[in-house]
Design a protein around this ligand. Sequence first.
Ligand SMILES: Cc1cc2nc3c(=O)[nH]c(=O)nc-3n(C[C@H](O)[C@H](O)[C@H](O)COP(=O)(O)OP(=O)(O)OC[C@H]3O[C@@H](n4cnc5c(N)ncnc54)[C@H](O)[C@@H]3O)c2cc1C
Length: 174
Amino acid sequence: MALGLASGFLEPLESTSIYLIQSGIARLIQMLPDRHMSAVLRDQFNAESAFEIERIRDFLILHYCVTARRDSEFWKYCAAMSIPDELRAKIELFRETGRFYRNAEEMFGLTSWVQVMVGQGLVPSGYHPLVDSVADAELAQLGESVRQVVASCVAAMPSHEQFIDRYCRAPVAA
Ligand SMILES: Cc1cc2nc3c(=O)[nH]c(=O)nc-3n(C[C@H](O)[C@H](O)[C@H](O)COP(=O)(O)OP(=O)(O)OC[C@H]3O[C@@H](n4cnc5c(N)ncnc54)[C@H](O)[C@@H]3O)c2cc1C
């Protein structure tokens, strides 16, 4: 039974090892709680662990494959590389319809996926017709209220420098 970095490594672009350690412990307690090792539960454990890791893998690959960068051999390679079928289906669904469906218990949800896709320039060509029932002014008001909440939270927080000074300031050299 391996957990954390002892079980594998997914690149640190979106670090997930603490999450995988916690979900691995939860799965271990749920499925293999004693010394009686049921073969079917072991297989289920392995299948769920593989599912979880492969969905994180897809989310990581997404960062590289939807970018429009072509300014080096590295990015050209990323643009041409083959990608998992499940990831391709997710990208095509979003590109065509603006929809995203979370796959069962996968770690990254709608906000994370949409942020990366739109942030990398993948704008859907279609969308749900109900969207047109919301007036532009209403949408702008919603956006403004989100902006105000973020601004008031930022205003109440210390700056990065103030935070470091308060919690872990380096000693002044004598
Ligand atoms: C900057 C940063 C940000 C991160 N952010 C996140 C995050 O937001 N979310 C998230 O889920 N993950 C995050 N991670 C990843 C996560 O913190 C680590 O991957 C995780 O802590 C690894 O835990 P581990 O116990 O598997 O390995 P480690 O913490 O590396 O523990 C392995 C231990 O084994 C010891 N060891 C090694 N070799 C031997 C040996 N031969 N004999 C005895 N002991 C040995 C080491 O000294 C160490 O103490 C982040 C990591 C970094 C660096």
